[in-house]
Design a protein around this ligand. Structure first.
Ligand code: MLT
Length: 318
Protein backbone atom coordinates (compact mmCIF):
# COMPACT_ATOMS: atom_id res chain seq x y z
CA UNK A 1 0.00 0.00 0.00
CA UNK A 2 1.38 3.45 -0.92
CA UNK A 3 0.75 6.45 1.28
CA UNK A 4 1.41 10.08 0.46
CA UNK A 5 2.00 12.60 3.24
CA UNK A 6 1.23 15.91 1.53
CA UNK A 7 1.33 18.29 4.54
CA UNK A 8 3.96 18.44 7.29
CA UNK A 9 3.46 15.64 9.82
CA UNK A 10 5.35 15.00 13.05
CA UNK A 11 7.98 12.23 12.79
CA UNK A 12 5.96 10.12 15.19
CA UNK A 13 3.46 9.57 12.35
CA UNK A 14 6.04 9.17 9.57
CA UNK A 15 7.80 6.45 11.60
CA UNK A 16 4.56 4.51 12.00
CA UNK A 17 4.18 4.45 8.21
CA UNK A 18 7.87 3.56 7.70
CA UNK A 19 7.82 0.76 10.26
CA UNK A 20 4.67 -0.94 9.04
CA UNK A 21 5.36 -3.95 6.78
CA UNK A 22 3.45 -3.70 3.52
CA UNK A 23 3.36 0.10 3.63
CA UNK A 24 5.46 2.45 1.53
CA UNK A 25 5.38 6.16 2.38
CA UNK A 26 6.34 9.27 0.40
CA UNK A 27 6.56 12.66 2.11
CA UNK A 28 6.02 15.48 -0.43
CA UNK A 29 4.82 18.59 1.31
CA UNK A 30 5.44 21.33 -1.24
CA UNK A 31 3.39 20.12 -4.19
CA UNK A 32 1.25 22.52 -6.19
CA UNK A 33 -2.36 21.39 -6.82
CA UNK A 34 -1.44 20.30 -10.37
CA UNK A 35 1.66 18.42 -9.20
CA UNK A 36 -0.47 16.63 -6.64
CA UNK A 37 -3.07 15.75 -9.27
CA UNK A 38 -0.24 14.37 -11.41
CA UNK A 39 0.88 11.80 -8.81
CA UNK A 40 -2.18 11.07 -6.66
CA UNK A 41 -3.17 8.11 -8.86
CA UNK A 42 -0.30 6.03 -7.39
CA UNK A 43 -1.52 6.24 -3.79
CA UNK A 44 -3.92 4.28 -1.62
CA UNK A 45 -3.76 6.59 1.39
CA UNK A 46 -3.34 10.36 1.73
CA UNK A 47 -2.31 12.07 4.98
CA UNK A 48 -3.09 15.80 5.17
CA UNK A 49 -3.43 18.69 7.58
CA UNK A 50 -5.14 21.92 6.49
CA UNK A 51 -2.99 23.03 3.55
CA UNK A 52 -3.74 20.32 1.00
CA UNK A 53 -7.09 20.91 -0.70
CA UNK A 54 -8.78 17.62 -1.48
CA UNK A 55 -11.02 18.89 -4.27
CA UNK A 56 -13.39 17.06 -6.60
CA UNK A 57 -10.79 17.54 -9.33
CA UNK A 58 -8.08 15.84 -7.22
CA UNK A 59 -10.45 13.03 -6.29
CA UNK A 60 -11.26 12.41 -9.98
CA UNK A 61 -7.55 11.65 -10.52
CA UNK A 62 -7.20 9.51 -7.37
CA UNK A 63 -8.00 6.18 -8.99
CA UNK A 64 -6.46 4.02 -6.26
CA UNK A 65 -7.19 6.20 -3.25
CA UNK A 66 -9.09 4.49 -0.44
CA UNK A 67 -8.61 6.84 2.49
CA UNK A 68 -7.87 10.47 3.31
CA UNK A 69 -6.71 11.07 6.90
CA UNK A 70 -6.62 14.53 8.45
CA UNK A 71 -4.13 15.06 11.27
CA UNK A 72 -6.44 17.40 13.17
CA UNK A 73 -10.14 18.02 13.37
CA UNK A 74 -11.38 20.46 10.71
CA UNK A 75 -12.23 19.00 7.32
CA UNK A 76 -13.11 22.26 5.53
CA UNK A 77 -10.35 21.47 3.02
CA UNK A 78 -11.87 18.16 1.92
CA UNK A 79 -14.76 17.80 -0.54
CA UNK A 80 -16.46 15.10 1.51
CA UNK A 81 -19.41 14.49 -0.88
CA UNK A 82 -16.95 14.00 -3.79
CA UNK A 83 -14.89 11.59 -1.68
CA UNK A 84 -18.01 9.71 -0.65
CA UNK A 85 -19.15 9.37 -4.27
CA UNK A 86 -15.73 8.00 -5.17
CA UNK A 87 -15.86 5.45 -2.34
CA UNK A 88 -13.02 7.12 -0.42
CA UNK A 89 -13.16 7.12 3.37
CA UNK A 90 -12.41 10.44 5.07
CA UNK A 91 -11.20 10.40 8.66
CA UNK A 92 -10.00 12.97 11.18
CA UNK A 93 -8.34 12.73 14.59
CA UNK A 94 -10.82 14.37 16.94
CA UNK A 95 -9.02 13.85 20.26
CA UNK A 96 -5.26 14.46 19.90
CA UNK A 97 -5.34 18.27 19.97
CA UNK A 98 -8.30 18.96 22.24
CA UNK A 99 -6.36 19.78 25.42
CA UNK A 100 -3.96 22.01 23.50
CA UNK A 101 -6.80 23.93 21.84
CA UNK A 102 -8.67 24.31 25.13
CA UNK A 103 -5.49 25.64 26.75
CA UNK A 104 -5.09 28.16 23.91
CA UNK A 105 -8.64 29.37 24.54
CA UNK A 106 -7.83 29.95 28.22
CA UNK A 107 -4.56 31.65 27.24
CA UNK A 108 -6.43 34.11 24.99
CA UNK A 109 -9.08 34.71 27.65
CA UNK A 110 -6.38 35.60 30.18
CA UNK A 111 -4.29 37.64 27.72
CA UNK A 112 -7.36 39.65 26.75
CA UNK A 113 -8.44 40.23 30.35
CA UNK A 114 -5.00 41.44 31.47
CA UNK A 115 -3.90 43.30 28.29
CA UNK A 116 -0.77 41.18 27.99
CA UNK A 117 -0.23 41.71 24.22
CA UNK A 118 -0.47 45.51 24.61
CA UNK A 119 1.76 45.49 27.70
CA UNK A 120 4.39 43.54 25.77
CA UNK A 121 4.13 45.73 22.66
CA UNK A 122 4.30 49.03 24.59
CA UNK A 123 7.21 47.92 26.78
CA UNK A 124 9.10 46.94 23.65
CA UNK A 125 8.55 50.56 22.52
CA UNK A 126 10.13 51.73 25.78
CA UNK A 127 6.78 52.73 27.41
CA UNK A 128 5.58 51.89 30.93
CA UNK A 129 1.78 51.80 30.45
CA UNK A 130 0.57 50.97 33.96
CA UNK A 131 -2.49 53.23 34.22
CA UNK A 132 -3.87 52.55 30.75
CA UNK A 133 -3.70 48.79 30.97
CA UNK A 134 -5.84 48.02 33.96
CA UNK A 135 -7.37 44.58 33.44
CA UNK A 136 -10.22 42.59 34.89
CA UNK A 137 -10.43 39.48 37.06
CA UNK A 138 -12.00 36.38 35.63
CA UNK A 139 -12.93 35.01 39.08
CA UNK A 140 -16.73 34.68 39.41
CA UNK A 141 -17.32 35.89 35.84
CA UNK A 142 -19.70 33.97 33.60
CA UNK A 143 -18.19 32.10 30.67
CA UNK A 144 -20.71 31.09 28.00
CA UNK A 145 -19.64 28.21 25.79
CA UNK A 146 -21.24 27.82 22.38
CA UNK A 147 -20.62 24.12 21.80
CA UNK A 148 -19.66 21.64 24.49
CA UNK A 149 -18.02 18.83 22.52
CA UNK A 150 -14.48 17.50 22.91
CA UNK A 151 -12.83 20.93 23.21
CA UNK A 152 -15.66 22.92 24.82
CA UNK A 153 -15.95 20.44 27.67
CA UNK A 154 -12.22 20.74 28.48
CA UNK A 155 -12.51 24.53 28.41
CA UNK A 156 -15.43 24.22 30.85
CA UNK A 157 -13.35 22.08 33.20
CA UNK A 158 -10.36 24.45 33.11
CA UNK A 159 -12.55 27.54 33.54
CA UNK A 160 -14.29 26.02 36.55
CA UNK A 161 -10.83 25.41 38.01
CA UNK A 162 -10.31 29.17 37.68
CA UNK A 163 -13.59 29.62 39.56
CA UNK A 164 -15.55 30.99 36.61
CA UNK A 165 -19.27 30.26 36.34
CA UNK A 166 -19.78 28.22 33.19
CA UNK A 167 -22.97 28.05 31.12
CA UNK A 168 -23.27 26.40 27.72
CA UNK A 169 -25.55 25.70 24.80
CA UNK A 170 -25.26 22.79 22.40
CA UNK A 171 -28.31 21.32 20.67
CA UNK A 172 -26.30 18.27 19.58
CA UNK A 173 -25.19 17.06 23.02
CA UNK A 174 -27.08 14.81 25.36
CA UNK A 175 -28.35 16.76 28.40
CA UNK A 176 -26.40 14.38 30.64
CA UNK A 177 -23.09 15.98 29.63
CA UNK A 178 -24.21 19.18 31.36
CA UNK A 179 -24.89 17.22 34.55
CA UNK A 180 -21.58 15.34 34.30
CA UNK A 181 -19.64 18.55 33.83
CA UNK A 182 -21.68 20.39 36.44
CA UNK A 183 -22.56 23.29 34.18
CA UNK A 184 -25.85 24.95 33.35
CA UNK A 185 -27.54 24.25 30.00
CA UNK A 186 -29.02 27.44 28.54
CA UNK A 187 -30.28 28.68 25.18
CA UNK A 188 -28.06 30.55 22.71
CA UNK A 189 -29.95 33.78 23.51
CA UNK A 190 -29.26 33.30 27.21
CA UNK A 191 -25.56 32.80 26.47
CA UNK A 192 -25.58 36.14 24.67
CA UNK A 193 -27.47 37.93 27.45
CA UNK A 194 -25.69 36.48 30.49
CA UNK A 195 -22.05 35.91 29.59
CA UNK A 196 -19.11 38.11 30.52
CA UNK A 197 -17.03 35.99 28.13
CA UNK A 198 -18.23 33.86 25.22
CA UNK A 199 -16.05 31.18 23.67
CA UNK A 200 -16.99 29.35 20.47
CA UNK A 201 -16.45 25.59 20.10
CA UNK A 202 -18.62 24.52 17.16
CA UNK A 203 -17.75 23.34 13.68
CA UNK A 204 -18.37 25.77 10.82
CA UNK A 205 -21.44 24.80 8.85
CA UNK A 206 -24.59 26.41 7.43
CA UNK A 207 -26.00 26.88 10.93
CA UNK A 208 -22.89 28.49 12.42
CA UNK A 209 -21.53 30.62 9.56
CA UNK A 210 -21.77 34.24 10.78
CA UNK A 211 -23.59 33.06 13.90
CA UNK A 212 -21.93 36.06 15.52
CA UNK A 213 -23.14 38.97 13.42
CA UNK A 214 -24.39 42.53 13.91
CA UNK A 215 -27.62 41.33 15.56
CA UNK A 216 -26.21 38.65 17.86
CA UNK A 217 -23.15 40.74 18.82
CA UNK A 218 -25.54 43.53 19.84
CA UNK A 219 -27.37 41.02 22.08
CA UNK A 220 -24.15 40.36 24.04
CA UNK A 221 -23.72 42.11 27.38
CA UNK A 222 -22.04 45.50 27.17
CA UNK A 223 -18.34 45.06 27.87
CA UNK A 224 -18.41 41.28 27.25
CA UNK A 225 -15.52 39.58 25.49
CA UNK A 226 -15.62 37.08 22.61
CA UNK A 227 -13.06 34.33 21.87
CA UNK A 228 -12.98 32.15 18.76
CA UNK A 229 -10.52 29.26 18.52
CA UNK A 230 -12.94 27.15 16.45
CA UNK A 231 -13.29 28.17 12.82
CA UNK A 232 -12.98 31.41 10.88
CA UNK A 233 -16.25 32.73 9.51
CA UNK A 234 -18.36 31.83 12.54
CA UNK A 235 -17.77 35.45 13.58
CA UNK A 236 -18.57 38.13 10.98
CA UNK A 237 -15.31 40.09 11.07
CA UNK A 238 -16.67 43.49 9.92
CA UNK A 239 -19.55 43.30 12.39
CA UNK A 240 -17.09 42.41 15.15
CA UNK A 241 -15.03 45.46 14.20
CA UNK A 242 -18.08 47.72 14.67
CA UNK A 243 -19.00 46.09 18.00
CA UNK A 244 -15.46 46.61 19.32
CA UNK A 245 -14.97 50.09 17.88
CA UNK A 246 -18.19 51.32 19.48
CA UNK A 247 -17.01 49.72 22.77
CA UNK A 248 -20.19 47.68 22.98
CA UNK A 249 -17.88 44.69 23.40
CA UNK A 250 -14.98 44.96 25.82
CA UNK A 251 -12.66 42.84 23.73
CA UNK A 252 -12.25 39.97 21.32
CA UNK A 253 -9.63 37.36 20.57
CA UNK A 254 -9.56 35.47 17.27
CA UNK A 255 -7.29 32.53 16.51
CA UNK A 256 -9.13 31.72 13.28
CA UNK A 257 -10.17 33.86 10.32
CA UNK A 258 -12.53 33.82 7.40
CA UNK A 259 -9.50 33.81 5.06
CA UNK A 260 -6.21 32.45 6.34
CA UNK A 261 -3.79 34.10 6.45
CA UNK A 262 -6.07 37.16 6.71
CA UNK A 263 -3.56 39.91 5.85
CA UNK A 264 -4.17 43.21 7.64
CA UNK A 265 -7.76 43.46 8.89
CA UNK A 266 -9.54 46.59 10.20
CA UNK A 267 -9.78 44.72 13.49
CA UNK A 268 -6.02 44.93 13.93
CA UNK A 269 -6.13 48.71 14.46
CA UNK A 270 -8.18 48.23 17.64
CA UNK A 271 -6.58 48.03 21.10
CA UNK A 272 -9.35 45.78 22.38
CA UNK A 273 -8.68 43.13 19.72
CA UNK A 274 -6.00 40.46 20.02
CA UNK A 275 -5.19 37.58 17.69
CA UNK A 276 -3.04 34.57 16.98
CA UNK A 277 -2.24 32.82 13.75
CA UNK A 278 -4.42 29.68 14.03
CA UNK A 279 -2.20 28.40 16.82
CA UNK A 280 -4.98 26.58 18.68
CA UNK A 281 -3.58 23.11 17.95
CA UNK A 282 0.06 24.13 17.61
CA UNK A 283 1.94 22.45 20.40
CA UNK A 284 4.54 19.71 20.10
CA UNK A 285 2.35 17.44 22.19
CA UNK A 286 -0.77 17.92 20.07
CA UNK A 287 1.07 17.54 16.76
CA UNK A 288 2.67 14.28 17.97
CA UNK A 289 -0.74 13.06 19.12
CA UNK A 290 -2.56 13.80 15.86
CA UNK A 291 0.31 12.41 13.77
CA UNK A 292 0.26 9.16 15.78
CA UNK A 293 -3.52 8.97 15.47
CA UNK A 294 -3.72 9.67 11.75
CA UNK A 295 -0.94 7.24 10.84
CA UNK A 296 -2.39 4.47 13.01
CA UNK A 297 -5.86 5.04 11.58
CA UNK A 298 -4.75 5.11 7.91
CA UNK A 299 -2.65 1.98 8.31
CA UNK A 300 -5.39 0.24 10.29
CA UNK A 301 -7.96 1.07 7.64
CA UNK A 302 -5.84 0.00 4.67
CA UNK A 303 -4.45 -3.19 6.18
CA UNK A 304 -7.16 -4.37 8.56
CA UNK A 305 -10.33 -2.48 7.65
CA UNK A 306 -10.39 -0.69 11.03
CA UNK A 307 -12.58 2.36 10.73
CA UNK A 308 -12.38 4.79 13.65
CA UNK A 309 -13.26 8.45 13.17
CA UNK A 310 -14.58 8.10 9.63
CA UNK A 311 -16.85 11.03 8.85
CA UNK A 312 -18.51 9.48 5.79
CA UNK A 313 -19.40 6.09 7.27
CA UNK A 314 -20.93 4.68 4.10
CA UNK A 315 -17.31 4.14 3.10
CA UNK A 316 -16.31 2.07 6.10
CA UNK A 317 -14.31 -1.01 5.09
CA UNK A 318 -14.94 -0.63 1.33
C1 MLT B 1 -7.90 21.40 13.66
O1 MLT B 1 -8.88 21.47 12.92
O2 MLT B 1 -7.44 20.35 14.04
C2 MLT B 1 -7.27 22.66 14.14
O3 MLT B 1 -7.95 23.79 13.76
C3 MLT B 1 -5.82 22.76 13.83
C4 MLT B 1 -5.43 22.77 12.40
O4 MLT B 1 -6.16 23.19 11.51
O5 MLT B 1 -4.34 22.31 12.12
Amino acid sequence: MKILVSDPLSNVGIEIFQNTPGVEVDVKTDLSPSELEGIIGEYHGLSIRSKTKVTASLIAKAKNLKVVGRAGIGLDNVDIPAATNAGIAVMNTPFGNTITTAEHTIALLMALSRNIPRATATMKEGKWEKKNLKGREIFNKTLGLVGIGNIGSIVADRAMGLRMKVIACDPYQDDRIFETLGIELVSFDEILAKSDYISIHTPKNDETTHLFNKKTLSMMKKGAMLINCARGGIVHEDDLYEALKSNHLGGAALDVFETEPPGILNLMELDNFICSSHLGASTHEAQDNVARDVATQIVGYLLDGDAPNIVNPSNECT
